[in-house]
Design a protein around this ligand. Structure first.
Ligand SMILES: [Zn+2]
Ligand SMILES: [Zn+2]
Length: 173
């Protein structure tokens, strides 16, 4: 099975890994598999390093000051890793697109998937649809795939927390 970078899975996987960085190659492999990604047999410490560097670059895309800066940072990631799209049926389970050269290490594959998936998410759904939670002490990153595109909180819990706080501020202020 492969992640479709046009869907939300690739950008959601990037957010999940950025919010809780994997600490070992095994954990990286497990969490990518859990997200539905086809992971080759052995994930190496080099792959984990590559993933961490890609996540650091990706968080800069999240924290960009405006849309042109966001586009420029993401274009930098794409330039570094992505290749022309090609059709492949390497696993014999269906034709799909790869946006990278064949035979690259898993860390590079993951970096390409995150960059391409995020670019497609932003271009397709809206450049603003990637952010950190509006609760100031919560730094959680999320991709906004809501219908309205106005999601401000990472979770219902944070939305409630902020609603309670605003209510209190109104009544004691
Ligand atoms: Zn594939
Ligand atoms: Zn939050």
């Amino acid at each position: 099975m492969h992640l479709n970078p046009y869907g939300a899975d690739a950008v959601n996987l990037a957010a999940d890994l950025a919010n809780r960085r994997p600490s070992s190659p095994g954990e990286l492999a497990d969490r990518c598999r859990a997200a539905g990604l086809a992971v080759p047999g052995a994930v190496t410490p080099e792959d984990l390093d590559r993933a961490h560097r890609a996540l650091t670059a990706w968080e800069k895309v999240v924290d960009a000051a405006d849309e042109p800066e966001r586009a420029a940072l993401l274009n930098g990631m794409l330039e570094e890793i992505a290749a022309f799209p090609r059709l492949t049926d390497h696993a014999g389970d269906g034709w799909h697109l790869h946006y990278r050269d064949e035979g690259r290490p898993f860390g590079d594959q993951l970096c390409s998937l995150m960059a391409v998936g995020t670019a497609l998410h932003l271009a397709g759904r809206g450049m603003h649809r990637l952010r950190r939670c509006a609760v100031s002490e919560c730094a959680t990153v999320f991709a906004d795939t809501s219908r309205t595109g106005r999601q401000r909180y990472c979770s219902p819990r944070c939305a409630n927390r902020d609603a309670v706080r605003r209510h209190r501020a109104r009544h004691t202020g």
